[in-house]
Write a protein that binds this ligand. Structure first.
Ligand code: DGY
Length: 351
């Protein structure tokens, strides 16, 4: 017997009436996807979109209300608490439009059999571009000097007081050598002739062969790198990994780059170190508190380039991330393995 083949006609017939089709489930979307993606989602499921709330309390109340009978959630950025999960007894999957998942209560999700999907790979190169942007901008003082021009203070040829430092040929120390770390290291080694060293839980022999990179202890990396670039995920082990002790190990000409999570670096210690000239500068895409409060010294120190968490924020990449979250959700709600997830082994799979 041949398996049935579906023509466009019998697909639409099936969609309008067959009992064998998977049920339409309820999906809550916290971050609206592109129009084509929303249409694809609505084709399969009932969708409730929550956006534009005036306060965190109002959003929390709306979310609890929407989640009480929801099976799926597409989210990003928002901190999901175990108490929110209690308000969502039918929830089967949360799809985050992000690679990082430190804002989800993984243990509580595991205990409830809820799947957590993320979006690795599709954002690797864009986030590495942001990392390299921060390396270049801090080394060459691009923001500070562009502001000087903008504010009408360019009256003479630029002199030594405004010189930056070279990037090419310098030593790049990668704290963490996952996908994004490797993509930054590749830019440094192959594009800028940088010597790459890294600290990572496991060795990366292929990268060592490809880039001539060396794995070293964190202290050695801090003491001997011109650029220290932090790319480790936030976890109890990496929280405040770079504190006063670590900053003091860095050379006064070195630059710290953080594109991981703000809490991996002790921000107060970093500010003190920058203010006392302990390191030359910092390029930061992430902060302990986001949005960064306007009164933070990091907004006014000229040797700091602070970006509003834009690691993956390009049209192309955010669309690809949303697509990955959508694909993950559609698969998971059918009980099929998603393209990327962090806790499949704890998932109570239902089709
Ligand atoms: C990520 O994908 O984790 C980015 O940092 C956005 O949160």
């Amino acid at each position: 017997m041949h398996a049935p083949t579906y023509s466009p006609q019998n697909v639409s017939h099936l969609e309008s009436g067959s009992a064998s089709l998977p049920a339409r489930l309820k999906v809550v979307v916290l971050k609206p996807l592109a129009e084509d993606q929303m249409a694809a989602l609505r084709k399969h499921h009932e969708v409730v979109v929550l956006s534009s709330y005036t306060s965190a309390e109002a959003l929390d109340a709306a979310l609890r209300d929407a989640l009480h009978d929801a099976h799926g959630l597409i989210s990003s950025g928002l901190t999901i608490t175990p108490s929110l999960l209690d308000a969502a007894p039918q929830l089967r999957v949360i799809c985050s439009v992000s690679v990082g998942y430190d804002n989800y209560p993984l243990e509580a999700m595991n205990a409830r059999g809820i799947l957590l999907c993320n979006t690795p790979d599709v954002l690797t190169e864009t986030t590495a571009d942001t990392g390299f942007l921060l390396i270049m901008a801090t080394a060459r003082r691009a923001v500070e000097l562009a502001n000087l021009v903008r504010e009408g203070h360019w009256k003479h040829n630029i002199g030594e007081a405004h010189f930056g430092s070279d990037v090419h040929g310098k030593t790049l120390g990668m704290v963490g050598m996952g996908r994004i770390g490797a993509a930054i290291a590749r830019r440094g080694a192959l594009g800028f002739g940088m010597r790459v060293q890294y600290s990572n839980a496991s060795p990366k022999p292929e990268l060592e062969a490809e880039l001539g990179a060396h794995r070293v202890e964190l202290d050695t990396l801090l003491e001997s790198s011109d650029f220290v670039c932090v790319t480790v995920p936030l976890s109890p082990e990496t929280e405040r990994l770079i504190g006063q002790r670590e900053l003091e190990k860095m050379s006064s000409h070195a630059i710290l780059i953080n594109i991981a999570r703000g809490r991996v670096v002790d921000e107060a210690a970093l500010i003190a170190c920058l203010e006392s000239g302990g390191i030359r500068g910092a390029g930061l895409d992430v902060f302990e508190q986001e949005p960064l409060p306007a009164e933070s010294p990091l907004t006014r120190l000229p040797q700091v380039v602070a970006l509003p968490h834009i690691g993956s924020a390009t049209h192309e990449t955010r669309h690809a991330m949303a697509q990955r979250a959508l694909d993950n959700l559609l698969l998971a709600l059918k009980g099929q393995s998603p393209l990327s997830a962090v806790n499949v082994s704890h998932w109570t799979r239902k089709g």
